[in-house]
Design a protein around this ligand. Structure first.
Ligand code: CDP
Length: 796
């Protein structure tokens, strides 16, 4: 028998293949929306509201129209004549495209100017005279439900207050019983503050309507081009086949580029009206102040515990501040995303979650910033609660977690909130992490340092994230099921083009999808070109967010390659003149079982598909697969951090950080490590330095990079990554689980737990993120929690 191909050499599964997309990025040859210039293109700028809540008494655009070079001024009133002043959101609410009656948050879109260049458009925006009558402002859920609170959404017929929903899940009776039986009840309340995904590239679009062909082409920064096509078809009432959405290279998305923004809609309408291409590129402050924020939830919970450390039950309540419009992109069935994935890794008999969503005078929030629909908040609460409970019991942090983990042999496991987890080796991951950090030695050093007035601390966080939304039984957005797709065309010379319904924003799909094809077919990964993001060519898919690409589209890639292989097998049988049953496969080659030297390569089969197919066989070697995942994938991770806190200044430094990630089979270990490092960096940023909030008047404080810090390599600590635990996903065709978000989801609690552990004061149960030095100093000095709702505390 001939030697099978070496899978690593052809860039298959497990190869740390260099990212093919980087060859254009590092040469400055990427093609981002702002790089595109079309003949006759005009430029659009947006006038935003300076006030957070005010009635619009008049808008006078006379002066703006008179500026030479201005082609169009769009106002809410004009949008209303075309039924476009409001648009539906992805959570069955409505959102103003351009304000008509009121402005409801600072930075809201009030008018747009389309002009020869962006400078003229900007100047003309300033020449629009808007008169406002200020109204009372609401910036947190407590104010939203207070007696006499102004009703923000008085545009909605049946809306008498600021409550969007009440939602609950879990077993209330069982949980009540658990609390009756508890020896100890541990409580925790915290605020996961607003944060902003802040991709380096802001949002933007170029709409190009061609009256002659009736075709609308839109280049735009979207993570989900097909969803945008459907939304444009429905909102603008255009025929879907005449809409082409192209998502070119994207400079980071992190959930920020999932929603539909007013800027997209206005540029489309402007192009239709003017019959010229219209470009809108948002500036940084526009992005930070008005596009999808994340988090902003108050989490209140308690844990019923037995003296020996067994968790009997958990109660959680979430107050979510959604801003002025409920625009979250999340599965329709779940009002607060997958918050109820909390405690999935622990064997807890009963749990109950209640959630209330409220409006406020802030930009819409709730985007899944590098997380699978609120999982970040869930895991943060889980791991902060685990630390508080262990402390209340006087138990060791690691031991308390270990004794409550779902055991390896207990899978499949039904979580207290009803998810089905299917695989994992939780205790093993913890052991690897504890060994790597030198747990026992560190605890001894900590004691010794404390005796000398030095505050050392160690924080543990674990996370299991439900990734790969999701199976059509439960997951849809606006009724569209959350499957994904792949189309593979193998040319006659054995080179191939693969297209999927996802859209990479830096995750490296062009590299990893080709690796899956290499694994399945034995075609060298370099012979497979990957394309995403063009709705005229890519098969329908739900896009890339919530780390769903590998679990769903990655699976579709494997499945389409298997369809191709099945046809290639028939071609091989024909070429080898044997029956299909007599054929065996080794990577890249079919051979006759009884005569292994007689074989044909996959490339020879490809040629035969176009030149020598058997009678009756349809020519060509191409296919499409739509993949409806049977379940979510459940990666697991343990993150452990050691820190030193300076009690005099509240400054804290990371001494060491260890990450043990089990994401099943790794397609490309180098890319996986990059994803983990990026996620840990964002976790560190959220826990230590990123602060964007609102004052009592609803002014957005921190909408700039002096306050809202992006950590550079200089500030970011080193991370030690471990990959030795691999638990393949039992239902994924190649055993892979998602990874993109895990570290950003699980990381923040590790940092906060470490600082709280260092302070070592039972009176300090919580310091809300970001753990700025003044907050830490205050906690250490005055022996008290630092938690509370902005603007009660803005720390500055
Ligand atoms: O949906 P998104 O691409 O953001 O997340 P993902 O599916 O977790 O994948 C992030 C990147 O890591 C992609 O390039 C994946 O193909 C790669 N990956 C991998 O190499 N092995 C895994 N087990 C999971 C992801």
């Amino acid at each position: 028998m001939t030697q099978a191909l070496d899978e690593i050499k052809i860039g298959g599964l497990g190869a740390s293949r260099k990212r093919v997309e980087d060859s254009r990025f590092i040469r400055g040859k990427g093609n981002y929306t702002d790089d595109i210039t079309l003949p006759g293109m005009l430029h659009m700028e947006i006038l935003r509201s300076p006030l957070a809540h005010a009635r619009i008494t008049s808008i006078d655009a006379t002066r703006a129209w008179q500026i030479p070079g201005v082609h169009l001024v769009l106002t809410g009133e004009m949008m209303a004549t075309r039924n476009l002043a409001w648009m539906p959101t992805l959570s069955y609410d409505t959102q103003a495209v351009l304000a008509t009656d009121k402005v409801r948050f600072q930075g809201q879109e009030v008018a747009c100017v389309i002009a020869d260049d962006p400078y003229i458009a900007k100047d003309a925006c300033e020449a629009i005279d808007v008169e406002y009558e200020p109204l009372g402002v609401i910036v947190n859920p407590e104010q939203a439900v207070a007696d006499g609170a102004p009703v923000i959404r008085d545009d909605k017929e049946n809306q008498q207050d600021n409550v969007i929903y009440h939602w609950e899940v879990g077993d209330k009776t069982g949980t009540d019983l658990a609390f009756e039986q508890a020896d100890v009840v541990s409580k925790l309340r915290l605020h996961y503050p607003r944060s902003h995904p802040s991709p380096i590239e802001c949002c933007g679009s170029i709409a190009d309507f061609n009256r002659a062909t009736s075709k609308l082409t839109v280049y735009m920064t979207t993570q989900a081009p097909h969803i945008i096509r459907a939304a444009v078809a429905m909102v603008a009432e255009l025929p879907e086949h005449m809409i082409r959405i192209i998502s070119p290279d994207i400079g980071g998305g992190f959930g920020n580029k999932v929603p539909v923004y007013p800027g997209y809609v206005c540029s489309i309408l402007a192009s239709i009206l003017l019959e010229r291409p219209v470009k809108w590129i948002e500036d940084k402050s526009g992005n930070l102040i008005s596009t999808g924020f994340a988090r902003d939830v108050y989490l209140d919970g308690e844990m019923a515990l037995r003296k020996d450390g067994k968790i009997l039950g958990v109660r959680m309540h979430t107050d979510a501040d959604h801003g002025a419009f409920f625009a979250d992109a999340q599965p329709s069935k779940f009002k607060i995303g997958l918050m109820h994935s909390a405690f999935a890794a622990y064997d807890i008999p009963a749990a109950h979650l209640t959630a209330r969503g409220t409006y406020s005078n802030k930009a819409p929030g709730g985007v899944a910033y590098r997380c699978s629909f609120r999982v970040t908040e869930a895991m943060f609460f889980q791991e902060r609660m685990m630390q508080a409970a262990a402390a209340d019991l006087g138990m060791d942090q690691a031991e308390f977690r270990r004794m409550n983990f779902v055991a390896d042999e207990a899978f499949p496991h039904r979580t207290p909130f009803g998810f089905l987890t299917d695989s994992g080796q939780y205790a093993k991951c913890l052991d690897v992490g504890l060994k790597a950090i030198g747990y026992a030695d560190f605890r001894a050093q900590q004691q010794e340092a404390r005796a000398r007035g030095r505050l050392l601390g160690l924080g543990i966080s674990t996370m299991t994230e439900p990734l790969g939304a999701g199976n059509s039984r439960e997951y849809d957005i606006l009724g569209i099921k959350m499957f994904d797709s792949a189309e593979l065309k193998v040319h006659m010379t054995g080179k191939a083009i693969l297209r999927t319904g996802t859209k990479s924003q830096g995750q490296g799909h062009e590299t990893t999808w080709a690796q899956i094809v290499a694994h399945e077919l034995g075609l060298p990964a370099d012979d497979v070109v990957v394309e995403e993001g063009d709705t005229d060519t890519a098969p329908f898919g739900m896009g890339t967010y919530a780390s769903r690409s590998t679990p769903v589209a990655g699976a579709a890639v494997a499945m389409v390659a298997r369809k191709i292989k099945a046809k290639a097998r028939k071609l091989a049988a024909h070429l080898l003149e044997v029956s299909e049953e007599d054929i065996e496969w080794e990577l890249g080659r079919f051979y006759v079982r009884s005569a292994p030297d007689r074989g044909v390569t996959i490339q020879e089969c490809a040629m035969a598909a176009y030149s020598n197919m058997p009678d009756g066989m349809e020519p060509g070697l191409e296919n499409t697969a739509y993949y409806d995942p049977p379940n979510l994938t459940w990666p697991f991770a343990v993150y452990i951090v050691t820190v030193e806190v300076d009690p005099q200044t509240g400054v804290w430094d990371v001494l060491n950080m260890v990450a043990v990630d089990d994401c099943g089979v790794r397609i490309n270990p180098m890319i996986v490590e990059g994803q983990i490092m990026g996620g840990l960096t964002e976790a560190y940023a959220m826990s230590s330095m990123q602060f964007i909030t609102f004052d009592a008047d609803g002014n957005c404080v921190g909408a700039n990079y002096l306050d809202y810090l992006l950590p550079t390599a200089w500030e970011t600590p080193g991370f030690e990554l471990h990959s030795e635990v691999v638990t393949p996903c039992p239902h994924h065709p190649i055993g892979a689980k998602g990874i993109g978000e895990c570290a950003a989801v699980g990381g923040p609690a590790a940092f906060v737990n470490a600082v709280i552990d260092a302070i070592g004061d039972r009176a300090v149960r919580n310091i809300d993120m970001p753990l700025l030095p003044d907050r830490v100093w205050e906690a250490v000095t005055y022996h008290r929690d630092i938690s509370g709702a902005p603007p009660v505390r803005t720390d500055g």
